[in-house]
Structure formats: C-alpha cells, structure tokens
Design a protein around this ligand. Structure first.
Ligand code: FAQ
Length: 328
C-alpha cells in the first residue's frame, strides 16, 4: 500500500499520465520556482510514495546506523571518548525520530514503518550491514560515513518537501559536529603507535568498498534518480554525490598518511573526475536485500528493542485508569 518495492524495479503506483495534467503542471512549476511543498498541498501520488520510501529508508538507516557504533560505547578508549560517542549515538536515534515524523506527514504511520523494518520489508543503508570489529571501525563510521551522509544531506536539504528539508537542516548541523569528532578520533590513531595506525588502515581497507556503494548505484542503473531530481527531492545524482565525497575526503585521508584500497583510484584532471574501480553491484544488491554480513543481527537487535519497549508504548497509549494517577 505504501510503496517500497524491490531493488531496481520501479514502484507500481498510479501512473503520472493518470494525474490531472493541469495540477501536475502547477506542481512542477512550483518546484521549478523553488517553492516548498507542504503536507496539505496537492501532490502526485508518485511524489508522495517516493518520499515515503526515501525518508523511511533514511530513518531506518539512522536507527540501524546507531548499532555498529553503539556497541563501542563501553569499549571506547577513555571517559571523554565514551561520553562523545554516547552523545553521537543518541543524536543518530534522534535523527530517526525526526525523519519518521517527516514521513508520517505523508500518511504512513510510524508503527507501519517500524513493522516494515523489523520484518525485512524496508531497506536501510547498505553500510550498516558490515561489522565494526575494532575501535578503528567505529572511528571510520564517525568520520567518513558521517561525511558521506553530510554530502548527501546538505544537498538534499535544499530540496522541495518542507518537512523533510527542515529535518535535514537540523540533522546536518548535528552531523557536522559528529564529523569533527570522527576526524579527531582518526587523527589520534594516525598520530599514535604503529599498531594504532595499522588498525586504522585495516578499518579503511574493510570499509572503503561499502563506502563507495553508500551513495547508491551508478547513474546508469539508478532507478529513481531521474524523477527524484526532476522533483528536487534529490538535488544531485548518486555519481555526483560520490564524486563530491571523493573530492573532499580522499586528500584528507592521504594527508593523514593512510592509503585507499583501490588500485584504479586516480583523479582525471582533464575531466575533473575521480576514476574508481566499479563497485560490486551484485554484492550491493545482496546486502540491501537482506543477505549481508550483519543484516540478521541488526534486525534481531531492533526486534528485541521493539519487544522490550512494548509495555512502555502500551502504558502510554492505554486509556484505562489502571495507569492513570487520580487527580484528587
Ligand atoms: N543502501 O534508484 P536508486 C547515515 C536502493 S544516513 C541501501 O539510486 P534512490 C547517518 C534504493 O533504495 C544514510 N539501499 O535509489 C549515519 C532503491 O531500492 P528500492 C542514509 C540503497 O532512492 C551516519 C535501489 O537501491 N542516507 O548514514 C542504497 O534514488 C553514521 C535503487 O537505487 C539516506 O538515506 C544504499 N546505500 O537513491 C548514521 C539519504 N542506495 O527502494 C549513523 C537519503 C540505493 O527501489 C552513523 N536517501 N539503494 O527498493 C537518498 O539520498 C537516496 O535514497 C539514495 C538512493 C542516494 C540512498
């Protein structure tokens, strides 16, 4: 009912051709003029469904994204790192709440979104299905995964759907702080002992390929980009975002003395473009469809959280006097 669909297959919803052409043109004109679309405004059914799909997946990514880093809170080196990581993880969960609220404005209840997540019907970012074996893996996430998220979100925060862009605006501010924390963690390891440098290098080696996939399939095979860019939901293509990330962060990784595990990586100065090894899109499809190294574990944790929180939700929702304190 709400959309979703299988990877690389467009969603089956009311065709754009079946929408009222006058309303459709007015809608596109508003978008072209840079106006924001608000929940009570007219919108094509496909715009609504695409937004629900994308915002919901984004919300799930934040909540699942808290898991690989969250397991490092108790083992983070020292009190200050523990405090900072705890605050960061709380922020990520808060981002999910903002995003679920934004998606709810389009008509899909939060309970239905959570249900789709824990039952494996919704997607979330590929990258959080890989294991964080060491503290350095957590540092990679805090610096470079957050960096990738910011590249995407800063662009899309200028998009067309009011509730989503307002949520992104706030999220970007918090993510920028995470980025500084993450860079500080990686820079500390870079300036540390040979073992610490080795751990960080190994983390980069493990996470680089999923990081390249993080921005989505290449423009040649991306399914939704064309319409989302036309409607200013996505403000740049997947390849453009990937290029921007490479431009900003490859030099910074090199500056810290680390290498990048891609023999083909080079900047083609003539075309002003980074050349990379084509990501393994078969692995990507497997991972986002539930068959990655940690998918089962990630969803199992969310299921336990859902089960354990049931009594709280029931207590809040219950109308019976059982949980009510008499006023006098
Ligand atoms: N992972 O046609 P496209 C974060 C799916 S937040 C999984 O190109 P689209 C914060 C896609 O859904 C990270 N699935 O799709 C943090 C579609 O499948 P469907 C999340 C992916 O929507 C940091 C199919 O492939 N950010 O990290 C991925 O035009 C640190 C075809 O792809 C957002 O969600 C992927 N990477 O472009 C938290 C930002 N890529 O639905 C904790 C908003 C594609 O047809 C720690 N989202 N797919 O079954 C977007 O900008 C877009 O949705 C893209 C994908 C760019 C992710």
């Amino acid at each position: 009912m709400y959309g979703g669909g299988n990877v690389f297959e467009p969603m089956k919803v009311k065709e754009l051709a079946d929408e009222d052409p006058i309303l459709l043109k007015e809608f596109q004109d508003r978008i072209d003029r840079g106006e924001k679309i608000e929940p009570t405004d007219w919108m094509p059914e496909l715009y609504r469904k695409q937004l629900i799909r994308m915002i919901e997946q984004h919300a799930h990514s934040e909540i699942i994204g808290a898991l690989p880093e969250g397991t490092w809170i108790t083992r983070a080196p020292g009190f200050k790192r523990k405090m900072a990581l705890m605050a960061k993880v709380q922020d990520e969960v808060g981002h999910a709440q903002l995003l679920y609220s934004a998606a709810e404005t389009l008509g899909k209840p939060r309970e239905a979104m959570i249900d789709d997540l824990i039952n494996g019907r919704s997607k979330y970012s590929n990258i959080f299905n890989y294991p964080a074996f060491t503290w350095a893996d957590s540092c990679f996430i805090s610096w470079l995964v957050d960096a990738g998220a910011i590249v995407n979100q800063l662009a899309n925060a200028k998009g067309s759907y009011g509730p989503y862009v307002r949520a992104l605006d706030r999220i970007c501010k918090e993510e920028s702080f995470h980025l500084k924390y993450g860079h500080d963690c990686v820079a500390s390891l870079a300036a540390g002992t040979p073992s610490q440098r080795k751990w960080m290098q190994e983390a980069i080696d493990r996470w680089w390929a999923p990081m390249m996939m993080f921005f989505g399939p290449s423009d040649k095979i991306s399914v939704h980009s064309e319409i989302l860019i036309k409607w200013k939901v996505k403000m740049a293509s997947n390849d453009a975002m990937r290029q921007q990330f490479l431009d900003m962060y490859v030099p910074k990784i090199w500056e810290l003395g680390f290498t990048i595990p891609d023999p083909l990586l080079r900047k083609n100065e003539e075309e002003d473009k980074w050349e990379i090894t084509e990501p393994d899109w078969d692995e990507f499809k497997r991972v986002i469809n539930g068959d990655g190294p940690c998918n089962k574990e990630r969803l199992a944790v969310r299921r336990i959280a859902e089960e354990r929180g049931k009594w709280v939700r029931e207590a809040i929702n219950r109308k019976s006097e059982k949980y009510m304190v008499p006023l006098a």
